[in-house]
Design a protein around this ligand. Structure first.
Ligand code: ADP
Ligand code: MG
Length: 317
């Protein structure tokens, strides 16, 4: 199969068909119509075999996750997903030796794309070590995107869902231990919190998605906003499996959870239950923003947990 056969067979009509795609896969560029009064939100993520996923991972899960991490970024800005492009680098022998691989990858990618109304409008296909880059494009009413920089002293710090599940699943996979199905899904098929992100527009003062670990990601909000925070570790939402391990590094620094962390002016606390319903996910208040810079993690006994490592950093020694 040639490069062009691959493109025609697998990528030509993937995801949702949308009327705002004036021209999709097949020309030098895609042509997309951004409605008047909307800002375009753009983000790209790369997943590299051996770094972000195991080389022998299930291709359908990889297709899902590669798009999910981008949709999670859109959610964290309060943007509605619209379009995606895909740069795929495949080992030269792969299409021949594993004929089902690309079909599986596209099944995972396509299903999630349709779920969120996303059209795949273009990309690039090359050969080399396996890697997947997806750029996502979303729409947000002009000026209404939720940034990292809006947190103010007194705001509540909130997170969605549970933290540490993906980290625990990865730990078990790497140790060769059996992984419970639900935990495995949290690692392989993260569910981007798109509905919650949209519901938080105009309500959250700052927002980020938890990809590198709560401590690191909340740290980005604190830095961008010029504030600090205290969080109560006993309030961190954890699944039974993670709580049973009793290791704070799982919910705090393991990452790959793709939950949303946001700050909320305290007078908006009463809307939390409505937001949880709109977002289809539980919400927890885990602390508050303070004037003094830095992140302080309070243990259930009232003492402070010293943080040595906040999250995943590709370039940390
Ligand atoms: P060019 O050489 O002009 O950059 P390509 O030959 O790389 O174009 O791609 C041909 C068409 O196929 C383009 O419209 C491109 O966006 C699309 N395309 C290539 N690879 C992919 C892919 N992996 N997913 C989606 N579309 C793709
Ligand atoms: Mg060209």
């Amino acid at each position: 199969m040639s490069e062009f056969d691959l493109i025609r067979t697998h990528f030509a009509r993937l995801g949702q068909q949308r009327p705002d795609v004036l021209l999709g896969v097949g020309d030098d560029c895609a042509l997309l119509r951004v409605p008047a009064g909307q800002d375009l939100a753009v983000s790209i993520d790369t997943l590299v075999a051996g770094v972000h996923f195991l080389t022998d991972c299930d291709p359908e899960s990889l297709g899902h996750k590669a798009l999910a991490v981008g949709l999670s970024d859109l959610a964290a800005m309060g943007a509605e997903p619209a379009w995606a492009t895909l740069a795929l680098t495949l080992p030269p022998g792969l299409p021949g030796s594993q004929p089902g691989w690309l079909a599986g990858f596209c099944r995972g990618l396509g299903a999630l794309a349709r779920q969120y109304g996303v059209a795949l409008v273009g990309g690039d296909t090359t050969s080399g070590p396996l890697s997947v880059s997806i750029q996502v494009h979303g729409l947000v009413p002009s000026g209404q995107a939720v940034r990292r920089s809006g947190a103010a002293p007194g705001d509540l710090v909130c997170v969605s869902g549970t933290l540490g599940d993906a980290g625990l699943a990865l730990r078990q996979v790497l140790a060769g231990e059996p992984v419970a199905e639900g935990l495995r899904l949290r690692l392989d098929r993260p569910e981007p919190r798109v509905a919650l992100g949209l519901a938080l527009r105009g309500i959250a003062s700052a927002m980020i998605d938890c990809s590198d670990g709560l401590a690191a990601d909340l740290g980005h909000i604190l830095e961008a906003s010029g504030v600090g925070a205290e969080i109560h570790l006993g309030s961190l939402p954890q699944s039974k499996a993670v709580a049973a391990v009793g290791d704070w590094s799982l919910p705090l620094t393991a990452g790959d959870d793709y939950e949303l962390c946001f700050t909320l002016p305290p007078d908006r606390r009463p809307v939390l239950s409505r937001l949880a319903t709109a977002g289809g996910v539980a919400l927890a208040v885990i602390g508050q923003i303070e004037q003094e810079p830095g992140l302080r993690c309070r243990l259930p006994d009232g003492t402070e947990l010293p943080l040595t490592r906040t999250g995943y950093d590709h370039f940390a020694g």
